[in-house]
Design a protein around this ligand. Structure first.
Ligand code: KDG
Length: 314
């Protein structure tokens, strides 16, 4: 039985080591916010499953192989014979600046439907994790996301929503119009500071957004602060946890790692502080390694960055 079910679009990410316009070698990785979360959870030994459509070609095969290798459940994955894989180019423009370019319009992943998610949802899970990226990729994916949230909430499944605003996919107003009602189904809402007013009235400050969400039945609001750690809010109060000091080489995927760590703590029955501790620990692992999820820890590695000073483990 599945502990965390998630759905969305998996992308093939092609990473450059220099300016894209100059060509040169690209390395191929699996990307996608929801698959990142599923992998983070599976690495820690949780039963995580991902639902989505992948292309019926070698790129779809690549996505499936990566997920299977990481122990993510793929029973609910559909192969789409008519549509290509969604691509994401990650251009390392300078050592300090990376740029994203998508080729995902009309992709297999964007063709997700309510019908694709109905079966896996009916099979049950403890948590359904959604991100604000999926409803941005197509009308049918938006309908599938809202359907999944509604079904899960009605079935007593804990719904987790990471706002994950992607400016290349939709405007803030379009996102707010979908994500604010969607948050009403969620028990856990995760956002960075600049995403908070996408689940509330525009211009609402952090305290106002938190009060509004808790008033609407959300149990926990998590605010990601990057190198400053994170804040967690429940009706019982607020907690701030500092980030783990590490050398960041690649921040892509850090938010998904944070979410995986938090959900892992939730599944393990930890209190808010210890959930946040695990969340920031996973965020630290993500930023210290290249790739969205490649550096995430197995359970026996959880204290690797926090236990001792950095250095060589002999
Ligand atoms: O969180 C990292 C993701 O942004 C990345 O893997 C790609 O899902 C992705 C997206 O749509 O931007």
């Amino acid at each position: 039985d599945v502990e965390v079910l998630t759905l969305g679009e998996a992308l093939v990410s092609l990473r450059s080591s220099g300016p894209l316009a100059l060509g040169g070698p690209l390395t191929m990785h699996l990307a996608g916010a929801e698959t990142n979360v599923a992998i983070g959870l599976a690495r820690l030994g949780h039963r995580a499953a991902w639902v989505g459509r992948v292309s019926d070609d070698e790129l779809g095969e690549f996505v499936l192989r990566q997920l299977r290798a990481e122990g993510v459940g793929t029973d609910g994955v559909r192969r789409d014979p008519d549509r290509p894989a969604g691509l994401m180019f990650l251009e390392r423009r300078t050592a300090d600046l990376s740029r994203v370019q998508y080729q995902r319009t009309g992709s297999a992943g964007s063709a997700l439907t309510c019908d694709d998610v109905a079966g896996p949802l009916a099979a049950g899970a403890r948590v359904l994790h959604l991100s604000g990226i999926t409803p941005a990729v197509s009308d049918s994916a938006r309908e599938a996301t809202v359907f999944a949230a509604r079904q899960a909430a009605a079935a007593g499944i804990t719904v987790s929503l990471d706002v994950n605003y992607r400016a290349r996919l939709w405007s803030r107003d379009a996102a707010r119009a979908v994500l604010t009602p969607l948050a009403g189904y969620a028990s856990i809402v995760i956002a960075s500071v600049d995403e908070l007013d996408l689940v509330a009235e525009p211009g609402t400050d952090e305290a106002g957004v938190v009060a509004e969400l808790l008033g609407r039945g959300v149990q926990t609001v998590l605010v990601k602060l990057g190198a400053d750690g994170a804040r967690g809010y429940t009706r019982d109060g607020a907690q701030h946890l500092a980030a783990v000091p590490v050398t960041a080489v690649d921040t892509v995927g850090a938010g998904d790692a944070f979410t995986a760590g938090y959900l892992s703590g939730h599944l393990d029955g930890l209190d808010l502080r210890d959930r946040l501790r695990r969340a920031v620990a996973l965020g630290a692992f993500a930023v210290t390694a290249h790739g969205d999820w490649e550096g995430l820890p197995r359970r026996d590695e959880l204290s690797l960055l926090t236990g001792n000073a950095a250095g060589t483990t002999l």
